[in-house]
Design a protein. Structure first.
Length: 86
């Protein structure tokens, strides 16, 4: 069996996608704001927005199971949607 592409070179201006990379997402979440000792879930849609408590964004809030930290269910759900933890 012969390979028809043996000896064929790609043009020098060819652009090949990097495999297995996801496009960057601006959606970020954090448990601890910079300079704060408080541990609470905060969200932002992009780097130009201020951090907001997840409770201020009711479209994302999920009820937490009994005995779990406040915001834990929301945190897990947003991770599954490719939000980036910081």
């Amino acid at each position: 069996m012969t390979n028809a592409l043996v000896g064929v070179q790609a043009p020098t201006n060819a652009v090949f996608p990097t495999p297995y990379t996801l496009p960057p997402t601006p959606f970020c979440l954090t448990w601890r704001l910079p300079g704060s000792s408080e541990c609470a879930l905060h969200l932002r849609h992009n780097a130009s927005e201020p951090w907001r408590s997840y409770k201020e964004l009711p479209q994302y809030v999920l009820p937490d199971p009994p005995g779990f930290s406040e915001g834990y269910a929301t945190f897990l759900a947003l991770l599954k949607k490719n939000w980036q933890p910081l």
